[in-house]
Design a protein around this ligand. Structure first.
Ligand code: HMG
Ligand code: MG
Length: 307
């Protein structure tokens, strides 16, 4: 297989953790419900390809996201208590009850930086979302779970337009203060650009939140995801969310398309000599296999170039 020439950059981190969101962010946006057998095989193939963390599914209301209504069945069939953490999205205490019943150890809450998206995605106001998350995180922590927090619409919102950086930092800090170990900054509709990434990270740092507490979650709607990841990498971020084959989007966010493709990220990091532990050949094979099930080619440039 063709591989990029490795030209290491001493100023970059030596290793990056890829937080794979394909089975969750990727499949939540499909028009059709993917059979649970295919989901099980997808998760297992991603682990076999060397992904160190694989977000498996969501314990959200099945009427809101029917694509992931089989969360219990999926978790009964994959080894989510093994060496590879398999977090699940949990919005509230009802979701936490379901996660606890399934023996889950890692969850992620998902907040919004804007009022409009909090209403549309969570049926709560910006302020009310914290009242929903607070008891959820407190109980999850008492149960010994790891809790990650997402913030959506960090770089812009389709209903509100520009989102003030201070507002994003305020929401992010409040979510971290609930007891979350990491904040994933979401560019839900992919409108961010590199200078914006740097400015947002600078603002978090100035508010006492270092890059080691942050992950970046880019969508590629405007073709900026990889450039934005590079800007964050240069800044010092070492955890990146990505989706195998570039699938993904949010059913409640207008104009949200695919996530940064894991293969495209791995290709860039390979060229920079940054370790990920991911076997690109195996991952590309998995995305091509999944594209066959979904009935359309992967949007990832690397998957297509190597296919
Ligand atoms: P609600 O309708 O306000 O819920 O929805 P409620 O609290 O009023 O409860 C109503 C009924 O739903 C009750 O049942 C609850 O038990 C039940 P009843 O008593 O009437 O029989 N219920 C549930 N059932 C199963 N699982 C649950 C659950 N919760 C309540 N967890 C809710 C509020 C948060 C549940 C709803 O808005 C929801 O499920 N939203 C999820 C939307 C979603 O999944 N969006 C995609 C993920 S976010 C994303 O993609 C962005 C991200 O990738 C980052 C980025 O890109 O920016 C993370
Ligand atoms: Mg997303």
């Amino acid at each position: 297989m063709t591989l990029p020439m490795v030209v290491p950059d001493a100023e970059l981190p030596k290793r990056v953790l890829i937080y794979e969101v394909g089975p969750r962010d990727g499949l939540q946006n499909e028009q059709t419900v993917v059979p649970v057998e295919v989901k099980v095989e997808l998760v297992e193939r991603l682990v076999a390809a060397g992904l160190k963390i694989v977000e498996a599914t969501s314990f959200v209301h099945p009427k809101w996201v029917p694509q992931l209504a089989d969360a219990e069945e999926l978790l009964a069939r994959v080894d989510h208590r093994g060496a590879t953490p398999m977090p699940v999205l949990v919005p509230n205490e009802r979701g936490l009850d379901r996660a606890l019943a399934a023996g889950v150890q890692h969850i992620a809450i998902f907040g919004s930086a804007t009022e409009s998206f909090a209403q549309r995605n969570l049926n709560r106001s910006l302020e009310e979302q914290f009242a929903m998350f607070e008891p959820t995180v407190a109980r999850a922590r008492q149960e010994g779970m790891d809790v990650r927090a997402y913030v959506s619409m960090c770089f812009g919102d389709p209903w509100e337009g520009q989102v003030p950086i201070d507002q994003v930092v305020d929401v992010g800090r409040r979510l971290l203060d609930l007891g979350c170990y990491q904040l994933s900054l979401g560019d839900t509709t992919g409108v961010g650009t590199t200078g914006h990434v740097t400015a947002l990270l600078d603002a978090f740092n100035a508010a006492g939140v270092g890059d080691e507490l942050l992950a970046m979650h880019f969508h590629d709607t405007y073709g900026q995801a990889l450039a934005n990841a590079y800007a964050a990498l240069r800044h010092g971020v070492t955890t990146f969310d990505a989706s195998a084959g570039g699938l993904g989007g949010c059913p409640y966010a207008e104009s949200a398309t695919g996530n940064l493709a894991t293969e495209d990220l791995v290709w860039m990091l390979n060229g920079l000599g940054v370790e990920t532990g991911v076997d690109l050949t195996s991952l590309v094979g998995t995305s091509r296999w999944l594209a066959g099930h979904l009935g359309r080619p992967s949007p990832s440039r690397v998957v297509n170039a190597l296919g």
